[in-house]
Design a protein around this ligand. Structure first.
Ligand SMILES: O=P(O)(O)OC[C@H]1O[C@](O)(COP(=O)(O)O)[C@@H](O)[C@@H]1O
Ligand SMILES: [Mg+2]
Ligand SMILES: [Mg+2]
Length: 346
């Protein structure tokens, strides 16, 4: 990685356009999202000084989102920043957010573009108040019916249809990680000049790993294949895997996935008895699909444990799924534990 990269996000996107990887309106849309992420980064960076910590809602009354989760002030603020930045740009037909019940159409009297934008405005909400990395995740789809639509159903496209996906991580440095279907690239915000600068072109996830990320406190609630898989990881050198594994869990998907894109590993949020009714904990459209595209474009793999993530046919805007992603061989091993045990139980 060059510490003195001179390629800005803008220049990178212009090159991608010249090479025919993106259309000019998608370039502008990505620029608008990046600008919104800069504003969120400034708000996150102010912390307690900016009055942005703590729960949203009035005195003694929690504000609950469509996911049934209590919102933080920064969840609401980040959502507003993304809505405001994108609503009138002319590149979008509609937006959908983890924090909103339904998609929002661009009003008819504004120029309506041909893309759909989905986002998790603030990922890792439980970490906001303790000054640990959080992030924003986004995904871009084409609008199939921009004349009469768009409706919620127009967003229900498999992850393979994404034309762009990315995240911004608000950590020690602010980074934007992006794919437009031609590799996964990392940009670091140069706070002095206010631009995202290319710092890694073509991120590659090592195929093998000795590091896993999972919330171990859910162990007793997991399904049998996951129990067996993690038991064998924990058995280390003496066990069937023949090597010792390390564990990391930030509890911000953006931060955990960023580590995996940087040095490998497997991230999982499997099905457990607590979230089985909902289908999982993480959201397909706002979290799993964009991360799956980024990971695949970096040579990794992403699965529900039983199916390639990007091939899941969505049934709802807020659908949840089990997630396994990261180093290709390790994800394939985890999937094998599921499929073999399913077959034996059938
Ligand atoms: O608190 P848990 O169960 O470890 O879950 C952590 C997971 O939940 C999430 O925080 C969910 O995202 P939100 O903060 O956007 O709801 C992920 O980022 C993270 O991987
Ligand atoms: Mg999230
Ligand atoms: Mg969120």
């Amino acid at each position: 990685m060059s510490p003195s990269s001179s390629i800005s996000l803008t220049r990178f996107l212009i090159e991608a356009e010249r090479e025919g990887h993106i259309q000019p309106d998608l370039r502008l849309l990505i620029e608008v999202v990046a600008r919104a992420c800069k504003s969120i980064s400034i708000a996150v960076g102010k912390g307690a000084l900016g009055g942005v910590l703590g729960d949203a809602g009035g005195a003694g009354e929690a504000s609950i989102n469509v996911q049934g989760e209590a919102q933080k002030k920064l969840d609401v603020l980040s959502n507003d920043i993304l809505l405001e930045a994108n609503a009138w740009g002319g590149h979008l037909a509609a937006l959908a957010s983890e924090e909103m019940d339904h998609a929002v159409r661009i009003p008819e009297h504004y120029p309506r573009g041909r893309y759909l934008l989905l986002f998790d405005p603030l990922d890792g909400s439980s970490n906001i108040d303790v000054n640990i990395s959080v992030g924003t995740i986004f995904s871009v789809l084409r609008c199939p019916d921009c004349v009469d639509g768009p409706k919620d159903e127009d967003f229900l496209q498999p992850g393979t249809s994404q034309v762009a996906a990315g995240y911004c991580t608000y950590g020690p440095s602010t980074m934007l990680v992006l794919t437009v279907g031609h590799g996964t690239h990392a940009f670091t915000l140069d706070r002095e000049i206010g631009s995202f600068m290319l710092t890694t072109r073509g991120m590659r996830i090592p195929e093998d790993t000795k590091e896993f990320a999972v919330n171990m406190s859910n162990q007793r609630h997991w399904e049998a294949p996951m129990q067996a898989y993690v038991a064998d990881l924990l058995a280390g050198k003496a066990g069937p895997r023949g090597k010792d594994f390390n564990m990391r869990w930030v509890a911000s998907m953006v931060a955990d996935v960023h580590r995996i894109l940087t040095r490998g590993g497997i991230f999982s949020y499997p099905l457990d008895a607590k979230c089985a009714e909902k289908g999982g904990k993480l959201r397909l459209m706002y979290e799993a699909n964009p991360m799956a595209l980024l990971v695949e474009q970096a040579g990794g793999a992403a699965s529900t444990g039983r199916q390639r993530m990007l091939e899941v046919n969505p049934t709802g805007l807020h659908q949840r799924v089990p997630v396994f992603l990261g180093s290709r061989n390790e994800v394939e091993t985890a999937v094998r534990y599921h499929l073999e045990r399913d077959a034996a139980a059938a």
